[in-house]
Design a protein around this ligand. Structure first.
Ligand SMILES: *Cc1c(COP(=O)(O)O)cnc(C)c1O
Length: 353
């Protein structure tokens, strides 16, 4: 028997969102926070054109895409590092700090990938429980010690949808020692409408230890192609670049991301439509009697405790796949109006039952 790393025996497995089919054949996947829209024709065309070049390796430095991101967000080219989805960039960030004894602080519950990536990188996870549904930034600041190398802040938080406001986040950042890297995971930034939720790209500029993680998977609708990036000062971006496996961001992903930035106006209109649906869904849930934390993301969170798996079962009868966290609650993505209606029907049925 080959001998494997002992961490593999205890590591949590990543559970991807599943699809379900109702008894009458309907299926609405609200379990992975994907865009409910088909890709834009201009993006599909760019990908089809790009297919003609796939006998070549992709540009390892993704120069054209990096330039497009730099221009779009007004950040220096050297401040950007790309990866195959922001989960991979997060993994690269763990690789930049991961050595025996290192600790990484993050809220819990938060994004499922953090504990996994910490285990893989051989760093110790320090999970700071949410206060209600929110980050407890005071407790997180107190959890930082001389072994802490990195802090992840997921804003808005996955899966609760809650957000940290500017004043709280700035005073937290002021408390973090300069040699601890803070990663602001902003996978849902485009869905934020509360003006008091800060844009990390304005916060990182005068803070060399702060970086911002973004993705093309959610608002830009490219989950299937895997491309994300981090924006941070040059030493941070350079360290992340060193950890990438050569050619990780494939040619079609690069091309599709460039095309998506060109078509951003159209994509952001879709985001507006999702935000409107988010308001509709949350208000309908509240009028059904649910408690739903305010959400700035493309999903809602229901704290169901022991009833979580039953609830997921009821949603399944309507063909709605949600993301259950057994014993805690369910995260439900905002989908098409039809999918959202199916979810609301299930939610009402659950309360009645
Ligand atoms: C979806 C998500 C990501 C993005 O994942 P990709 O690898 O870019 O698809 C990153 N962080 C959080 C918190 C997410 O929910």
């Amino acid at each position: 028997m080959p001998r494997f790393r002992s961490i593999l025996d205890t590591m949590p497995a990543y559970k991807p969102g599943k699809a379900v089919v109702s008894p009458d054949g309907r299926s609405h996947k609200l379990s992975s926070n994907e865009s409910p829209y088909d890709p834009l024709p201009s993006v599909v065309e760019a990908i089809a054109e790009g297919a003609r070049q796939v006998h070549r390796y992709p540009d390892p430095a993704a120069v054209e895409l990096t330039e497009a991101i730099a221009e779009r967000f007004g950040v220096p080219f050297e401040h950007i590092a790309l990866g195959a989805g922001s989960v991979t960039v997060a993994q690269q960030l763990f690789e930049t700090v991961g050595e025996p004894g290192a600790e990484v602080v993050y809220a819990w519950r938060s994004f499922e990938a953090y504990p996994l990536l910490a285990d893989l990188a051989g760093v110790t996870s320090v999970q700071v429980p949410l206060k209600g549904e929110d980050h407890d930034l005071d407790a997180m600041a107190e959890a930082i010690n001389e072994r802490t190398r990195m802090v992840f802040v997921c804003n808005p938080n996955n899966p609760t949808g809650t957000s940290i406001r500017t004043r709280e986040l700035v005073s937290f950042l002021d408390r973090v020692p300069d040699d601890v890297l803070v990663v602001l995971d902003e996978a849902y930034r485009e869905y934020v409408r509360d003006e008091d939720v800060p844009d990390g790209l304005t916060l990182y500029r005068d803070r060399p230890n702060v970086c911002v993680l973004r993705t093309f998977s959610k608002a830009y609708g490219l989950a299937g192609l895997r491309v994300g990036y981090v924006v941070g000062h040059e030493p941070v971006a350079a360290a992340v670049r060193k950890t990438i496996i050569p050619f990780a961001v494939n040619h079609l992903a690069q091309i599709a991301a460039i095309a998506s930035l060109r078509a951003e106006d159209e994509l952001l209109e879709r985001v507006d439509a999702v935000v409107k649906e988010r308001t509709r869904v949350r208000e309908a849930l509240i009028s059904q009697g649910w408690t739903v934390p305010p959400t700035e993301a493309n999903f809602v969170w229901l704290r169901l405790g022991d009833r979580t798996l039953d609830f997921a079962g009821t949603c399944g009868l309507e063909g709605v796949a949600v993301r259950p966290f057994a014993g805690e609650g369910a995260r439900v993505s905002i989908g098409s109006p039809e999918a959202n209606d199916a979810f609301l029907t299930a939610a009402a049925a659950f309360r009645a039952g």
